[in-house]
Design a protein around this ligand. Sequence first.
Ligand SMILES: NC(=O)c1ccc[n+]([C@@H]2O[C@H](COP(=O)([O-])OP(=O)(O)OC[C@H]3O[C@@H](n4cnc5c(N)ncnc54)[C@H](OP(=O)(O)O)[C@@H]3O)[C@@H](O)[C@H]2O)c1
Length: 250
Amino acid sequence: MALVWVITGASRGLGLGMVAALLEQEGTIVVAAARNPDKAEALQKLAERYSGRVHTVVLDTSDEASVKAAAATVEKHFSDGVDFLINMAGVADSNFVSALQTEGSEYLRVLKVNTVGSFLVTQAFYPLLKKGNTRTVVNVSSRGGSITNHRAGGPISGKIVAYTSSKAALNMQTAVLAGALKDDGFIVVSTCPGWVDTDMGTRSDFDMPGIKPDLTVEESTKRHLALIAKLTKDDSGKYFSAANDKEIPY
Ligand SMILES: NC(=O)c1ccc[n+]([C@@H]2O[C@H](COP(=O)([O-])OP(=O)(O)OC[C@H]3O[C@@H](n4cnc5c(N)ncnc54)[C@H](OP(=O)(O)O)[C@@H]3O)[C@@H](O)[C@H]2O)c1
């Protein structure tokens, strides 16, 4: 029995890396959701190479109509259900600045994609996930969304308020949905993939002297998938680091 994985943000970075890694595993089918899948060259190459095991679908997490249309399209192909939803799509603040310089429109843009967007995707795919075998939702958050860590200080202290709050709110969404979907036997978790050498992870304004991304996409993805494979219902509502398997304090 093939397991069906739905991955948002599949055009590049960690989303694309997860699509590639899953296709190397036997018995997986991937729904690769992206804003512009036709323009995502690497994704198109995977779709050609693994014809029949990759289904691309248009999905913009900031556009509710697009999210609903994507779920309806997936339902046509996978009416028996889907197994895993990975809410990977995400954006960061345009500038790595002190919180006081962040404009309201910028704050809302990030919350819309990262927090409300992930919620809308989970809501839209819930009926299909309920029909599936594993009923697992992974909200890809960030260590930067830990209020406990932020209070402890460090290089991002006082900065990137939109991204950090969007991920803190995503973590709360994980906890709330874990409660809402408990009786359905769902597993809902937040994860941090580690600091990874993607477009987001290598932005020049994130550059801090002596501190660099410590994981490649391949290494992060390997650890992320190993973490997901071990999840049980007791883990629902928790927040994990894929880099070291440990729980992150909220
Ligand atoms: N890299 C890191 O070090 C790191 C650390 C902690 C957490 N994370 C999290 O990991 C996830 C993936 O990050 P990444 O490093 O792979 O980032 P990335 O290289 O910047 O890729 C971001 C992905 O999100 C997609 N996306 C952006 N806005 C979207 C929207 N409105 N609707 C649908 N897709 C959208 C992008 O699609 P387009 O190609 O269409 O723009 C792209 O596929 C994010 O949630 C990020 O917060 C990353």
